[in-house]
Design a protein around this ligand. Structure first.
Ligand SMILES: [Zn+2]
Length: 383
């Protein structure tokens, strides 16, 4: 299978140069690049408008029809914003220097998208047929609300998927499990009053301050997982009060909780509720609520699933070394797509995980080409 390294790097450069920061998440322009490249290569391509200026792209390489199952590649079209720190190089310049391609999304994950699509182009060109279809889903919105993945699932786009590889950066490690993410918002209610007469009000900030250490100490641990560290919880955003001369009647704190397989959002929420109930029992003026504002499931495929071995085998064939199997702390679109479908899923992609979402994000051009070669070999290893 011949993968053209210049073509992979050139496509990654084109994708980086088309801004698709989320927010706002206007991925339609970068989606058009994929549509054009896939169409020119003779691959079937379908665009699905999830919202105005937001388009999922599905690319399909038809198989021989001997197997109804499809081999699915998955990635996202959006990136995080560039942040406020100064970059050494233009974040949308896609310059190549020191053997690296620099820019927002180079690692997370326009590099992975370019490698996956280039692999499908290479298979198509080779004329070799696979028993079933190879499909690439390039989705909008992963960095904020997984809108593209939710749309794909709801529209039946995962029907027939037999295996899924998500091309998020793993440093070319084979990741079979990652944590989920639950966000809880605790709102403490008080009673407003003139700040000169605090005795007439109930200060929501003070009541939050009393209960916050207890909430932060809530044990969120779940079942232990061989590849993942324990669940974590930390408060990330606080807001309260409306004016310098008014006793605050509300104070809200958001918690970010990273869950492990076997845990559901209701568990930490119930433990938080118990703390709030106890605070209300101690002080009848204490009023608070907790709600789940975000819920992404953990993902886990057994270490001995054939897909993990297939990815290791394809990587070994290309790289000359067998990558280890591990877990990841971040979550991906697989949080939406894998648990309800049960499709064996591996996260495998180029790029240094520590450079995700960072200033001066960059990826090795050699690694991009290597990833494309692994992706091109992989479907033949699976079938
Ligand atoms: Zn990503």
């Amino acid at each position: 299978m011949i993968v053209d390294a210049d073509e992979v790097v050139g496509l990654a450069q084109r994708l980086v140069r088309v801004e698709s920061c989320n927010p706002p998440g206007d991925e339609a322009r970068v989606a058009r690049v994929l549509v054009e490249v896939a169409g020119a290569a003779g691959l079937e391509v379908r665009a699905d408008e999830v919202a105005p200026d937001r388009t999922n792209v599905t690319v399909r390489l038809a198989g021989a029809g001997e197997d109804a199952r499809a081999f699915v590649y998955c990635g996202h079209l959006d990136t995080v914003t560039v942040g406020s720190a100064a970059w050494t190089r233009d974040p949308f310049g896609a310059e190549i220097a020191d053997g690296m391609l620099w820019g927002r999304g180079a690692v997370d994950m326009k590099g992975g998208l370019a490698a996956m699509l280039s692999a499908m182009v290479a298979i198509k060109r080779s004329g070799r047929r696979l028993p079933g279809d190879v499909v690439l889903h390039a989705l909008v919105g992963e960095e904020v609300d997984c809108a593209g993945a939710r749309r794909l699932l709801a529209s039946g786009g995962m029907t027939g998927a037999g295996w899924m590889v998500v091309g998020e950066p793993t440093g070319m490690r084979v990741v079979v499990a990652h944590k989920g993410c639950v966000r809880l918002r605790v709102v403490v209610r008080g009673t407003g009053a003139h700040a000169s007469r605090p005795d007439l009000g109930v200060n929501a900030i003070l009541n939050m301050a009393r209960v916050l250490p207890e909430l932060a100490a809530v044990d969120v641990s779940g079942p232990s997982h061989p590849l993942l560290s324990g669940a974590t919880s930390t408060p990330t955003v606080i807001s309260g009060g409306s004016a310098l001369n008014v006793v605050p009647d509300a104070c809200a704190v958001d918690f970010d909780i990273r869950t492990v397989p076997g845990q559901h959002a209701g568990e930490p929420a119930a433990r938080f509720q118990a703390v709030l109930d106890e605070a209300a029992r101690r002080d009848p003026a204490f009023r608070a609520t907790v709600e789940v504002t975000y819920d992404r499931s953990p993902v886990s495929t057994p270490v001995d699933d054939p897909l993990a071995g297939a990815v290791q085998g394809a990587a070994e064939e290309v790289l000359g070394r067998r990558p280890e199997v591990g877990g990841a702390a971040y979550f991906t679109d697989a949080s939406v797509l894998q648990p309800p479908t049960g499709v064996p899923t591996v996260i495998f992609g180029p790029g240094d995980v520590s450079l995700m979402h960072q200033t001066d994000e960059r990826i090795g051009v050699g690694e991009l080409a290597d990833a494309a070669r692994v992706y091109a070999a992989l479907p033949f290893t699976v079938w």
